[in-house]
Design a protein around this ligand. Structure first.
Ligand code: CTP
Length: 217
Protein backbone atom coordinates (compact mmCIF):
# COMPACT_ATOMS: atom_id res chain seq x y z
CA UNK A 1 0.00 0.00 0.00
CA UNK A 2 1.22 3.52 -0.80
CA UNK A 3 2.31 5.51 2.25
CA UNK A 4 0.28 8.57 3.15
CA UNK A 5 2.20 11.82 2.81
CA UNK A 6 2.14 14.33 5.62
CA UNK A 7 3.34 17.94 5.57
CA UNK A 8 4.01 19.60 8.92
CA UNK A 9 5.05 23.24 9.38
CA UNK A 10 6.62 24.53 12.57
CA UNK A 11 8.52 27.36 14.17
CA UNK A 12 8.33 31.10 13.69
CA UNK A 13 9.09 33.04 10.54
CA UNK A 14 11.42 36.03 10.35
CA UNK A 15 10.58 39.11 8.35
CA UNK A 16 13.71 41.22 7.89
CA UNK A 17 13.94 45.02 7.86
CA UNK A 18 17.61 44.86 6.88
CA UNK A 19 20.29 42.17 7.03
CA UNK A 20 20.29 41.99 10.87
CA UNK A 21 16.88 43.20 12.16
CA UNK A 22 13.57 41.38 11.87
CA UNK A 23 9.98 40.90 13.10
CA UNK A 24 9.30 37.47 14.61
CA UNK A 25 7.73 35.74 17.64
CA UNK A 26 8.98 33.41 20.42
CA UNK A 27 7.86 30.12 18.82
CA UNK A 28 10.51 27.40 19.25
CA UNK A 29 9.00 24.97 16.73
CA UNK A 30 8.95 22.18 19.35
CA UNK A 31 5.29 21.23 18.99
CA UNK A 32 5.48 20.81 15.22
CA UNK A 33 8.86 19.07 15.49
CA UNK A 34 7.33 16.47 17.82
CA UNK A 35 4.29 16.17 15.52
CA UNK A 36 6.58 15.45 12.54
CA UNK A 37 8.34 12.70 14.50
CA UNK A 38 5.01 11.21 15.62
CA UNK A 39 3.62 11.37 12.06
CA UNK A 40 6.64 9.47 10.70
CA UNK A 41 6.23 6.87 13.48
CA UNK A 42 2.57 6.54 12.45
CA UNK A 43 3.86 5.35 9.06
CA UNK A 44 3.26 8.56 7.11
CA UNK A 45 6.01 9.87 4.82
CA UNK A 46 6.52 13.20 6.52
CA UNK A 47 8.18 16.48 5.55
CA UNK A 48 8.76 19.14 8.18
CA UNK A 49 9.01 22.73 6.93
CA UNK A 50 10.72 24.51 9.80
CA UNK A 51 11.19 28.22 10.39
CA UNK A 52 14.32 29.56 12.17
CA UNK A 53 14.85 27.29 15.18
CA UNK A 54 17.68 25.83 17.23
CA UNK A 55 16.19 22.36 16.84
CA UNK A 56 18.05 19.67 14.90
CA UNK A 57 16.40 18.01 11.90
CA UNK A 58 13.37 15.95 12.90
CA UNK A 59 13.46 12.17 12.50
CA UNK A 60 11.05 12.27 9.59
CA UNK A 61 11.75 11.80 5.88
CA UNK A 62 12.84 15.41 5.31
CA UNK A 63 13.34 18.66 7.23
CA UNK A 64 13.32 21.77 5.06
CA UNK A 65 14.51 25.00 6.67
CA UNK A 66 12.95 28.30 5.71
CA UNK A 67 13.16 31.87 7.00
CA UNK A 68 10.23 34.07 5.96
CA UNK A 69 6.49 33.55 5.47
CA UNK A 70 7.06 33.89 1.72
CA UNK A 71 9.72 31.11 1.80
CA UNK A 72 7.37 28.88 3.80
CA UNK A 73 4.50 29.56 1.38
CA UNK A 74 6.65 28.69 -1.64
CA UNK A 75 7.93 25.47 -0.04
CA UNK A 76 4.39 24.42 0.95
CA UNK A 77 2.96 25.26 -2.48
CA UNK A 78 5.53 22.91 -4.01
CA UNK A 79 4.55 20.05 -1.70
CA UNK A 80 0.83 20.52 -1.15
CA UNK A 81 -0.66 18.74 -4.16
CA UNK A 82 1.16 15.52 -3.12
CA UNK A 83 0.12 15.93 0.52
CA UNK A 84 -2.59 13.82 2.16
CA UNK A 85 -2.39 15.37 5.62
CA UNK A 86 -1.34 18.99 6.30
CA UNK A 87 -0.63 19.99 9.91
CA UNK A 88 0.09 23.71 10.00
CA UNK A 89 1.58 24.41 13.41
CA UNK A 90 3.95 27.22 12.34
CA UNK A 91 3.63 30.59 14.07
CA UNK A 92 3.77 32.56 10.84
CA UNK A 93 4.47 36.25 11.32
CA UNK A 94 1.36 38.20 10.33
CA UNK A 95 3.21 41.27 9.05
CA UNK A 96 6.47 42.17 7.34
CA UNK A 97 8.28 45.36 6.46
CA UNK A 98 7.29 46.70 3.04
CA UNK A 99 10.91 47.50 2.31
CA UNK A 100 13.89 45.26 3.06
CA UNK A 101 17.37 46.77 2.88
CA UNK A 102 20.14 44.36 1.87
CA UNK A 103 22.80 45.71 4.25
CA UNK A 104 22.77 46.71 7.92
CA UNK A 105 21.19 50.15 8.23
CA UNK A 106 23.15 52.52 10.49
CA UNK A 107 21.36 53.40 13.75
CA UNK A 108 21.00 57.04 12.82
CA UNK A 109 19.33 56.09 9.54
CA UNK A 110 16.74 53.65 10.91
CA UNK A 111 13.19 54.47 9.82
CA UNK A 112 11.27 54.89 13.11
CA UNK A 113 7.89 54.51 11.39
CA UNK A 114 8.46 51.68 8.94
CA UNK A 115 5.65 50.69 6.62
CA UNK A 116 4.37 47.15 7.19
CA UNK A 117 2.29 44.87 5.03
CA UNK A 118 0.50 41.59 5.73
CA UNK A 119 2.26 38.33 4.93
CA UNK A 120 0.36 35.79 2.84
CA UNK A 121 -1.90 33.49 4.87
CA UNK A 122 -0.31 30.18 3.96
CA UNK A 123 -3.01 27.94 5.39
CA UNK A 124 -5.85 29.92 3.78
CA UNK A 125 -3.99 29.84 0.44
CA UNK A 126 -3.48 26.07 0.59
CA UNK A 127 -7.04 25.49 1.76
CA UNK A 128 -8.38 27.26 -1.35
CA UNK A 129 -6.48 24.73 -3.46
CA UNK A 130 -7.54 21.67 -1.48
CA UNK A 131 -8.78 18.59 -3.28
CA UNK A 132 -11.18 15.93 -2.02
CA UNK A 133 -9.57 13.58 0.47
CA UNK A 134 -6.94 15.97 1.83
CA UNK A 135 -6.99 16.48 5.60
CA UNK A 136 -6.19 20.01 6.80
CA UNK A 137 -5.34 20.71 10.42
CA UNK A 138 -4.64 24.25 11.59
CA UNK A 139 -3.51 25.71 14.89
CA UNK A 140 -4.92 28.65 16.82
CA UNK A 141 -2.67 30.31 19.39
CA UNK A 142 -4.93 32.41 21.59
CA UNK A 143 -4.73 34.24 24.90
CA UNK A 144 -8.52 34.64 25.35
CA UNK A 145 -11.82 33.34 23.89
CA UNK A 146 -9.69 30.36 22.86
CA UNK A 147 -12.39 27.99 21.58
CA UNK A 148 -14.50 30.72 19.99
CA UNK A 149 -11.56 32.07 17.97
CA UNK A 150 -10.40 28.56 17.07
CA UNK A 151 -13.90 27.72 15.78
CA UNK A 152 -13.79 30.92 13.68
CA UNK A 153 -10.50 29.80 12.08
CA UNK A 154 -11.97 26.35 11.33
CA UNK A 155 -14.74 28.04 9.31
CA UNK A 156 -12.75 30.87 7.72
CA UNK A 157 -9.89 28.66 6.57
CA UNK A 158 -12.16 25.67 5.70
CA UNK A 159 -10.29 23.14 7.89
CA UNK A 160 -11.09 19.70 9.30
CA UNK A 161 -9.68 20.42 12.73
CA UNK A 162 -8.11 23.29 14.66
CA UNK A 163 -5.68 22.65 17.48
CA UNK A 164 -6.54 25.35 19.99
CA UNK A 165 -3.58 26.42 22.13
CA UNK A 166 -4.09 28.54 25.21
CA UNK A 167 -0.89 30.60 25.27
CA UNK A 168 -1.99 32.81 28.18
CA UNK A 169 -0.71 30.65 31.04
CA UNK A 170 2.92 31.00 32.15
CA UNK A 171 5.00 27.94 31.26
CA UNK A 172 2.67 26.75 28.47
CA UNK A 173 2.69 27.27 24.71
CA UNK A 174 5.35 29.39 22.98
CA UNK A 175 8.88 28.14 23.59
CA UNK A 176 7.83 25.86 26.47
CA UNK A 177 8.08 22.04 26.57
CA UNK A 178 4.46 21.93 27.73
CA UNK A 179 1.18 22.84 26.13
CA UNK A 180 -2.57 22.83 26.70
CA UNK A 181 -4.50 21.56 23.71
CA UNK A 182 -8.13 21.27 22.75
CA UNK A 183 -9.26 20.17 19.29
CA UNK A 184 -12.12 21.97 17.56
CA UNK A 185 -13.81 19.79 14.95
CA UNK A 186 -16.13 20.53 12.07
CA UNK A 187 -19.67 19.75 13.23
CA UNK A 188 -18.41 17.54 16.03
CA UNK A 189 -17.69 19.84 18.94
CA UNK A 190 -14.40 19.73 20.81
CA UNK A 191 -12.01 17.10 22.13
CA UNK A 192 -9.82 18.10 25.06
CA UNK A 193 -6.33 16.55 24.90
CA UNK A 194 -5.43 18.24 28.19
CA UNK A 195 -2.12 19.64 29.48
CA UNK A 196 1.20 17.90 29.13
CA UNK A 197 4.59 17.65 27.50
CA UNK A 198 4.49 18.60 23.79
CA UNK A 199 5.92 15.19 22.88
CA UNK A 200 2.95 13.40 24.44
CA UNK A 201 0.38 15.84 23.05
CA UNK A 202 1.90 15.47 19.56
CA UNK A 203 1.53 11.68 19.82
CA UNK A 204 -2.09 12.08 20.96
CA UNK A 205 -2.85 14.51 18.12
CA UNK A 206 -1.42 12.21 15.45
CA UNK A 207 -3.29 9.25 17.01
CA UNK A 208 -6.50 11.25 16.90
CA UNK A 209 -6.02 12.28 13.24
CA UNK A 210 -5.26 8.67 12.28
CA UNK A 211 -8.35 7.37 14.06
CA UNK A 212 -10.81 10.11 13.10
CA UNK A 213 -9.80 11.10 9.55
CA UNK A 214 -7.28 8.70 8.01
CA UNK A 215 -9.47 5.64 8.59
CA UNK A 216 -12.07 7.21 6.29
CA UNK A 217 -9.69 8.14 3.44
N1 CTP B 1 -1.22 30.92 9.43
C1 CTP B 1 -0.72 30.90 8.15
N2 CTP B 1 -0.24 32.05 7.58
C2 CTP B 1 -0.27 33.21 8.25
C3 CTP B 1 -0.80 33.25 9.59
C4 CTP B 1 -1.26 32.08 10.14
O1 CTP B 1 -0.69 29.83 7.53
N3 CTP B 1 0.20 34.31 7.67
C5 CTP B 1 -1.77 29.66 10.02
C6 CTP B 1 -1.06 29.20 11.29
O2 CTP B 1 0.00 28.32 10.98
C7 CTP B 1 -2.20 28.46 12.01
C8 CTP B 1 -3.45 29.23 11.59
O3 CTP B 1 -3.11 29.90 10.35
O4 CTP B 1 -2.32 27.13 11.59
C9 CTP B 1 -3.92 30.24 12.59
O5 CTP B 1 -2.84 31.07 12.97
P1 CTP B 1 -2.95 32.12 14.15
O6 CTP B 1 -1.66 32.85 14.27
O7 CTP B 1 -3.54 31.47 15.37
O8 CTP B 1 -4.09 33.11 13.64
P2 CTP B 1 -4.16 34.13 12.46
O9 CTP B 1 -4.81 33.45 11.28
O10 CTP B 1 -2.82 34.74 12.23
O11 CTP B 1 -5.19 35.20 13.05
P3 CTP B 1 -5.09 36.07 14.43
O12 CTP B 1 -3.66 36.55 14.53
O13 CTP B 1 -6.08 37.15 14.17
O14 CTP B 1 -5.50 35.17 15.56
Amino acid sequence: MKKLRCLVTAGPTREYFDSVRFISNPSSGKMGWHIANAAERAGWETTLVLGPSGLPDASCSRTVRVVSAQDMLEECLGLFCDTDILIMSAAVSDVRPKVRVGQKVKKADIDLNPQLERTPDILATLSQMRRAGQILVGFAAETHNVLEYAAGKLEQKNLDCVVANDVSAAGLGFASDYNRVCLVLRGAGTVDLGNGPKEILAEKLVGFIAERFVKNL
